[in-house]
Design a protein around this ligand. Structure first.
Ligand code: BGC
Length: 776
């Protein structure tokens, strides 16, 4: 039976409703008892997609309710079970903006990408972004949004890093908690994803992530654990990859022992779309909902029930969790959505959060904020075609994107129109070539247009003469399905040529050149960073990106973003570069590989996470490796003094800390204090310092100060001991460090902890094939 025909059968089935138990009024177990086997099986499967070869759910049964949503579940009318609607994603709701049946539009807000939101280090602000995002989910009739994504930025080339928060699990986990609780304030659900160790797109459905239990617990599972504790997302989505030999969606160890056991998660677990191969194993691994739902899964489950590999009890348990989720949804409660979220208010919060997530990397002789003339020469294709977000399921269908050129105009600058005209013509040429090749659709290459032409020296000299300053955007786009190519990490020859020649022309006249980085992941900066007068990392700031950059350039907003990732000197400085398939990205089928239904590539089937716990700054600071910009770094237009750092240990389970931040400069600003800990190096080898919490001041006027407070439970000071499979607290002196980057520590407090503390965990997820591990 095909899923689609069975879906129709379900909705046709009335069965004399009156005497039957109804979801919501009858006890859930009675409803389950009244369900047929087919109804149960179909409840565990999404309604499917009409075109299963289409990797992204743009068409399908799901279109019947909310067009463009990623999936829908089956309803069972006779038992009062409505369907529910699931839609992407991390930067805002992703649905179709136009419908054949309606004149109206259904645009959603493109919020800043996750890496930009985490760069705010501002939990309250991220919470507000979540509230706005959740309102769109609710008002457009969606029940669960498929985000946030908390996979760790293990390697800068991962195509989906833009959807994820950080190289650090605490920053990722706490930022995720803030957005989840904001979204769920609207009584709609979230799906924290992709559980777990899904850190590359290349062969993502077939690669085995080989990770030690310690690195898993301390780095890759940690953001999930933090967010689950702090914000209780309604659902968790497992990932595509294998983890130590088993598909995550088929792993009982992962979803039963760790997630439901150790982490105490009570909600629903769903698979990623088309993930895994064995539906019975998935159901047995308490992956309650298999998405988007395909015939093979239906047949496998039916067969499993017949041959006893799947029990009725397990089936009923999973069905119960699906029903428990449905009970919470707006659709079950009969919420009348308006299709009119407050897009105007959300645009304002987008602009604010984008500006607050932008990181000022250099600012020679206070080049910024701009002062003096208003005439701007705007260079770089992406100044005109600003990239608001990445591609794939993390994309949003927004109504507009404010380019940098428009943002500058809106802020009262006069743009050099003759230069703008040249870009307009060149961009039109590129678009024509691009649009003639439909295979490039749905690919980040489609969205991104490289610099591919030169401007003569004479013209540049003229632009320098007639304008007051130059702004040059260096852009990148990235997205789902592919990792970035290694060339993408470095500036192209054309980009270097443009930067050098613009600097030459403007520099000779004493005019400033400001570089804007409109990117979703780290790029190389060492070779060129000293050329311009200032460099602003603008990330992909969502639909208001251009306005947000202008806010920083004019000084309307004082930058307070800090890096959520390390900018290394070179790609090969990242320890994961030794074990990342950076040379495979040219392959168009790069997300599919061996063992899947869609590909058969024998070349790559595992990735050793050999750097182990030394990810990001944990590596660079512990191994004393020079970087360009450390984790947590970001400049301001003002100065801050961080003082009066105090620690108070209650002798039991809590260390309380406080620190004073004073604005000692001339303009108002916000500062982030990052709280790191250096644990005693007695038993287990540990990173030299690790982030434990962070806080951000409100806007402080010059001379104003604020005391930030932190509470650190002993449990968060533990390391994971693989021998005993437990979190252990080694006794000794813990150095608490207050800083404004991982390399700029401004206060230290020693706390001697002699308390016994340990916490036993499931002894699971062992590495099957040994490999050499850094630091061992
Ligand atoms: C992605 C998920 C997404 C799902 C539904 C998958 O390709 O990995 O993150 O939520 O599609 O669109």
């Amino acid at each position: 039976m095909s899923i689609l025909s069975s879906a129709a059968l379900l909705t046709d089935c009335s069965g004399g409703g009156k005497t039957l138990p109804q979801l919501g009024s009858a006890p859930i177990d009675e409803v389950i008892a009244a369900m047929t086997e087919d109804e149960k099986v179909l409840l565990l499967l999404g309604c499917g997609q009409r075109d299963v070869n289409e990797p992204i759910a743009v068409v399908g049964a799901t279109d019947d309710i909310i067009p463009g949503a990623a999936g829908t579940t089956h309803g069972v009318e006779r038992l009062g079970i409505p369907p529910m609607v699931l839609a992407d994603g991390p930067a805002g709701l992703r649905i179709k903006p136009q419908r054949d049946s309606s004149e109206k539009t259904f645009y959603c807000t493109a919020f800043p990408i996750a890496s930009c939101l985490s760069s705010t280090w501002n939990k309250e602000l991220v919470n507000q972004v979540g509230e706005s995002m959740g309102q769109e989910v609710k008002e457009y009739g969606v029940d669960v949004i498929l985000g946030p994504g908390v996979n760790i930025h293990r390697n800068p080339l991962c195509g989906r890093n833009y959807e994820y928060y950080s190289e650090d699990p605490v920053l990722a986990g706490k930022t995720a908690a803030a957005i989840i609780s904001g979204i769920q304030k609207n009584d709609v659900g979230t799906s924290i994803k992709h559980f777990a160790a899904n850190n590359q797109e290349t062969f993502r459905t077939s690669t085995d992530s080989r990770v030690t239990p310690r690195a898993l617990r301390e780095i890759y599972l940690k953001p999930f654990e933090i967010a689950l504790n702090e914000a209780s997302p309604w659902t968790v989505m497992t990932s595509y990859n294998y983890l130590n030999g088993t598909y995550t969606s088929e792993s009982k160890e992962l979803s039963v022992d760790v997630l439901r056991g150790d982490f105490g998660f009570k909600g629903l677990v769903m698979t990623d779309w088309f993930a895994g191969l064995d539906a019975v194993a998935q159901v047995n691994a308490a992956n309650d909902l298999l998405m988007p739902g395909i015939d093979r899964q239906y047949n496998q489950i039916k067969e499993g029930l017949k041959n006893g590999t799947l029990s009725q009890k397990q089936l009923d348990e999973n069905v119960k969790r699906v029903l428990e989720l449905i009970l919470k949804t707006p659709r079950f409660k009969g919420y009348k959505y308006s299709d009119k979220p407050d897009l105007k208010a959300h645009a304002a919060i987008t602009r604010q959060s984008a500006a607050e997530g932008m990181v000022l990397l250099t600012n020679k002789k206070n080049a910024l904020p701009l002062s003096g003339g208003k005439k701007a020469a705007v260079f770089g294709v992406t100044s005109y075609e600003f990239v608001s977000g990445g591609t794939g399921s993390g994309d949003v269908n927004e109504e507009y994107t404010v380019s940098l050129m428009d943002g500058l105009k809106n802020a009262g600058f006069e743009i050099d129109n003759s230069l703008a005209e040249i870009y307009k013509v060149e961009i039109a040429k590129q678009k024509k070539i691009r649009d003639a090749d439909p295979s490039r659709n749905n690919d980040f290459i489609y969205r991104f247009m490289p610099e591919n032409f030169s401007i003569s020296e004479q013209d540049l000299n003229n632009y320098a003469k007639t304008n007051d300053f130059a702004v040059l955007t260096i852009g990148r786009c990235s997205g789902e399905f592919k990792d970035r190519r290694i060339a993408d990490f470095y500036l192209s020859d054309k980009e270097k040529e443009l930067l050098n020649s613009v600097k030459k022309a403007f520099g000779k006249l004493g005019k400033k050149v400001v570089v804007i980085l409109n990117i979703g992941g780290v790029i190389e900066t060492k070779s060129w960073i000293d050329t311009p007068d200032a460099v602003l990392l603008a990330w992909m700031g969502g639909q208001e990106g251009g306005n947000a950059v202008a806010d920083i350039l004019t000084g309307k907003v004082n930058p307070s973003g800090k890096l959520p990732v390390t900018f290394a000197e070179d790609y090969f400085d990242y320890p994961s570069a030794k074990n990342f398939p950076y040379d495979y990205q040219e392959n168009n089928k790069s997300m599919f590989g061996r063992g899947t239904e869609r590909g058969n590539d024998e070349n790559l089937d595992y990735t050793n996470y050999a750097e182990d716990i030394f990810v990001g700054y944990r590596y660079f600071s512990s191994f004393d490796k020079k970087v360009m910009f450390p984790f947590g770094f970001g400049l301001s237009y003002t100065e801050f003094k961080i003082s009066d750092f105090k620690a108070d240990y209650d002798g039991k389970d809590l260390v309380k800390l406080s620190v004073k931040v004073e604005n000692t400069g001339k303009v108002a600003g916000k500062e982030v204090v990052q709280l790191y800990v250096s644990a005693p190096q007695t038993g287990l080898k540990k990173p030299i310092r690790e982030l434990k919490d962070f806080g951000k001041t409100p806007l402080l006027q010059p001379g104003e100060s604020k005391v930030l407070e932190f509470e650190i439970p002993l449990s968060s000071l533990c390391s994971f001991d693989e021998n005993s499979s437990s979190w252990i607290l080694e006794k000794g002196v813990y150095k608490f460090l207050a800083g404004n980057s991982s390399e700029n520590i401004l206060g230290t407090q020693d706390v001697d902890i002699q308390t016994d503390f340990s916490k036993k965990c499931s002894d699971v997820l062992k590495v099957k094939q040994e490999f050499e591990i850094l630091g061992k």
